[in-house]
Design a protein around this ligand. Structure first.
Ligand code: SF4
Length: 254
């Protein structure tokens, strides 16, 4: 019975999310409250499925391989309907540093790999500038499936995918996290502050340190003095990151 209720709610919540995406936001307060209740009930049913259903749930995952398997069949949000590939992430399986972007774009969706488009090229250059290669770090994003037309992921999509990111962090156990852009920063640091206010200092996420900087795709939008100014700030962030990375690396040595 609950299975049918869950399916019906999935359809309703997906339809309502699409309606919101189309700008139909000015619904009466009572309707918005009803939608919120439906979303809560759906979350409860999803958690229940994860914990007790026939498929192994997230709480039972103990390895990256299991997590990847779970993600490849994930249908926890509407992005599963339009994706070509789930982009789990790639890089070192024992990274000191993990990079978290926003969501896969068109090329990432086609290839199944994170940051392979133009912003990926810039990210590779940014890493090289601080003597790091892509294979030394782990690169992923907050949501693992491409939002249509590369739009910003919706709140419910981020909420659905965030537990997978937290599990990835737990399994890969990086000491340092770099949030690329405000979506990653807001999701991991649980804040709404603008990126310009968040960058430039380290935050704690349990035992891990988190730094925030601009998403490479954002840097690619500008030219002239605006770009120069953003590049200067991004470079300051990268240097902070490099100092901390090297300090941790020295500590790691026997
Ligand atoms: S974006 Fe995340 S939660 Fe949504 S379907 Fe893809 S893997 Fe699942």
């Amino acid at each position: 019975m609950e299975h049918h209720v869950k399916e019906a709610l999935e359809e309703l919540v997906t339809a309502l999310s699409k309606a919101r995406g189309l700008g139909l936001e000015r619904l009466p307060t009572k309707s918005l409250q009803a939608i919120s209740k439906m979303e809560e009930e759906l979350k409860r049913l999803r958690d229940k499925t994860h914990d007790h259903g026939p498929e192994p749930g997230l709480s039972q995952v103990t390895s990256l391989e299991q997590l990847e398997q779970l993600l490849h069949s994930c249908q926890d949000c509407q992005l599963s309907a339009t994706r070509k590939n789930v982009v789990v992430g790639e890089g070192s399986k024992r990274p000191l540093l993990m990079l978290v972007g926003e969501a896969p774009g068109r090329e990432e969706d086609v290839t199944g790999r994170p940051f392979v488009g133009k912003s990926g090229e810039l990210l590779t250059k940014m890493l090289r500038a601080i003597n790091l290669s892509r294979s030394e770090v782990y690169i992923t994003s907050v949501v693992k499936c491409r939002p249509p037309r590369n739009r910003t992921p919706h709140r419910d999509e981020i909420a659905a995918c965030l537990p997978y990111l937290h599990k990835q962090i737990e399994l890969l156990d990086p000491a340092l996290l770099l949030c690329l852009g405000s979506t990653a920063a807001h999701a991991l640091l649980n804040t709404e502050n603008p990126l310009s206010k968040l960058r430039g200092r380290f935050y704690s996420l349990g035992k891990r340190k988190v730094l925030v900087t601009y998403h490479p795709a954002y840097l690619l939008r500008f030219g002239g003095s605006k770009l120069l100014n953003l590049k200067k700030q991004a470079w300051q962030d990268l240097q902070m990151l490099q100092r901390e990375y090297e300090r941790l690396k020295r500590q790691e040595k026997p």
